[in-house]
Design a protein around this ligand. Sequence first.
Ligand SMILES: [Mg+2]
Length: 231
Amino acid sequence: MSENALPAFEIADPSEVVAAIDAVSAGEAIFADCDGTLWAGDVGDDYVRLAAARPELFPRSTAAERDVETYLRRVDHDYEGACLQSALLSQGVDRVAVFAALRSTLAAELRPRRWLLDAMLQAADRGVKLWAVSASGRIPVDVGLDLLGVADRFGVIAVEVDDRGPIAPWSIGFGKVHACRAAGLAAPAVAVGDSVWDGPMLADARHGFRLPKPKDDGRFDASAADLRAGR
Ligand SMILES: [Mg+2]
C-alpha cells in the first residue's frame, strides 16, 4: 500500500473540529487516533524503548525486536511492519508489570491535546460513544488513556496479540476501518487523526478531520471552551 493511495485530507482548523464534535448526537460515535491526535508523542515507540531498557519484562522478544534504531527506521519504510513489531512485544508478558513500567516511564511526559479531549469528554457526558482507534499495541494505548484519566470513557481498538501473533484484522492504516467493523462498530459521526494513515478512517466517518501535528497546533493546550469563545 502506498501513501499516495490514501485519501487526502486538508489540515483542519481546531475550532471547526470542536464545532463538529459539539454537533454529534447521543448514541452516535466519535473515533480518535491516539498517537499525535489524543496526545503528543507515540506510545508504540515508547513501548519499544521500554523493551530495550527492560528486556527482562519482554521474555519472548529478541534483541533485534527490541532495537530502537531498527524500529524507528522501519517506521519510515514499513509502517505496518513497525507497528506490528511494537505490538508483538506484548507476547508472553506479565501485563500488570509491563503496564506499570510503561506508566511510570510516561507519567511525567504524556501531554493530551486539551481542546480535543475536552470536547470529546463533554460529548460523552451527553451520551456520545468514544473510541480510541490506534495502530499502537493494546497495552501502550491503555497506559496512555489511563494517564489521561479517561480509561473508563473510551472503548479501545488497538493491535492485540495472542500466542500465535497479531490478531487480525489489525488496526493499522486501512486496517483501522476493518478492525472497527470486525468489532461491530458502524462508521462514526466524527473521526479525527493526524497522519495519512488515518485517511481511510477519516473517509469512513460522516465528518473526518486530519488534525495538525501536535508541534504545529498552536492551540494544543487550549480548552474547548476557549476555542468555542474564539479566545
Ligand atoms: Mg497518529
